[in-house]
Design a protein around this ligand. Structure first.
Ligand code: ATP
Ligand code: MG
Length: 403
């Protein structure tokens, strides 16, 4: 099989001591999942993974596999050759006949490193020799070691590796290393970013969306499905649970004081999310709340909703400003979808003057007095699911299996 080679740099996970194998195995697995159906093999050498992938796999797909997988700090498409000076020179000549060297003008430098100290030339000598090869071929080029327009990298390890591009990865920890959580995914800007940030710390997540049809439109659901699809590569695939929430919302409207509606709704979300987490064996909930962003995101409100959850509620955006959240949303590609104008269920039933500093004991009593548990159980039972693959495509939905 004709193959192409990618070299992957690991950051934090190469420092993991005794647990390093566990993290590395997960990372290999997560990358390979994205390279299916192309054959790939992976080997490891000190702080690096080397992937050999069927040459038929398009570059965009390979690039996406490395650039969307947490745990990858950097990656390069590389060529490998025998560790002899002549072979390295030949490989260099081939490599510089293609971009970004082949225009033959401007500046460059050679960055060489040698972990095998038995190689007869040291790093500086390798850089000088290969610099000479480039200049022989392209006399119009010049060396600039401080601000080069392009770099030729040469690493002498078990073999010699040469490459001319070094792309940044996302860093973090491989998804699934830190267990599983349930992400409360609304159609807004914040919750996709919250999910992305927890995925970066290795948390696998399924998503939950509370849908109050027809008060929230089919388009609102489509928007959340699009957001789940955008998140799916980062989450290594995900399941979206769509909870029918209309009856519960109407019950809240008719059985609680107006200023408590949002709090009661959030309490119901916690109860349902915990029940779904139980079924999915997830250990925590994740929300996009940020301290002080809206009335339901005060410390008192968060304390109340925490009390309604049996599982820890992670709020990775709690200390972030909206501008920072928007910048991340743009980076991960969710922003444009999040700002589509379809209302969330929170907005539709939200009171004019919500309680800002609720007393958790009083509100907990009010929640129980509503006797809404039966409706919530029904909502859990009637929840539908959509499974998204690592490429963001829907693989199956519970609606299909019922049909
Ligand atoms: P977002 O931008 O994520 O919608 P927000 O600033 O609009 O957040 P709220 O509407 O108060 O804030 O919601 C806070 C969090 O509660 C959301 O980040 C999300 O995690 C969760 N949430 C709100 N509405 C829903 C919903 N319909 N389905 C699932 N989760 C929701
Ligand atoms: Mg919202």
């Amino acid at each position: 099989m004709d193959t192409k080679l990618y070299l992957v740099r690991l950051g934090e996970i190469s420092l993991k001591g005794l647990n390093r194998d566990f993290f590395e195995k997960r990372l290999r697995h997560n990358i390979k999942d994205k390279l299916r159906p192309w054959n790939s093999t992976c080997t490891r050498q000190k702080g690096r993974l080397y992937f050999e992938i069927d040459a038929k796999c398009p570059d965009e797909i390979a690039d996406r596999a490395f650039s969307t997988t947490f745990g990858v700090v950097g990656f390069s498409q590389a060529v490998r050759c025998e560790k002899s000076f002549d072979a390295i020179v030949e490989a260099t000549k081939r490599l510089i006949s293609s971009p970004p060297f082949d225009d033959g003008t401007g500046s460059f430098k050679v960055e060489a490193s040698r972990s095998d100290k038995s190689f007869p030339l040291n790093s500086y000598q390798i850089a000088c020799e290969l610099g000479g090869v480039v200049l022989d071929r392209y006399p119009g080029m010049h060396v600039d070691v401080r601000h080069p327009e392009r770099i030729l990298f040469c690493e002498i390890r078990n073999d010699a590796y040469l490459y001319t591009s070094l792309r940044k990865g996302l860093g973090g920890l491989p998804v699934s290393c830190a267990g599983k959580g349930m992400l409360l995914l609304s159609g807004g800007i914040d919750s996709p970013v919250a999910g992305w940030r927890m995925a970066r710390r290795g948390l696998k997540q399924e998503c939950i969306y509370f849908h109050a049809y027809p008060y929230t439109s089919e388009m609102a659901l489509e928007k959340v499905k699009s957001l789940a699809a955008i998140l799916a590569p980062y989450l290594q695939g995900t399941r979206l649970h769509v909870v029918p929430f209309t009856d519960s919302q109407l019950w809240i409207r008719d059985h609680s004081n107006e200023e408590e509606h949002t709090l009661m709704m959030r309490a119901c979300m916690m109860k349902v999310a915990n029940a779904l987490a139980e079924k999915s064996e997830a250990l925590c909930l994740v929300t996009g709340e940020a301290l002080g962003q809206v009335a339901s995101q005060t410390l008192e409100s968060m304390a109340f909703t925490d009390g309604m959850s049996e599982r820890v509620v992670l709020r990775p955006l709690v200390g972030m400003d909206k501008e920072e959240i928007i910048a991340t949303a743009m980076k991960i590609g969710s922003y444009e979808t999040s700002i589509l104008p379809y209302e969330d269920c929170c907005v539709i039933f939200s009171p004019k003057h919500p309680l800002v500093r609720p007393d958790a004991t009083v509100e907990t009593d009010h929640f129980h007095a509503m006797a809404i548990e039966g409706l919530l159980d029904k909502a859990v039972a009637e929840t539908s699911t959509y499974d998204f693959g690592v490429d963001g495509r829907i693989l199956r939905s519970s609606c299909d299996s019922e049909a």
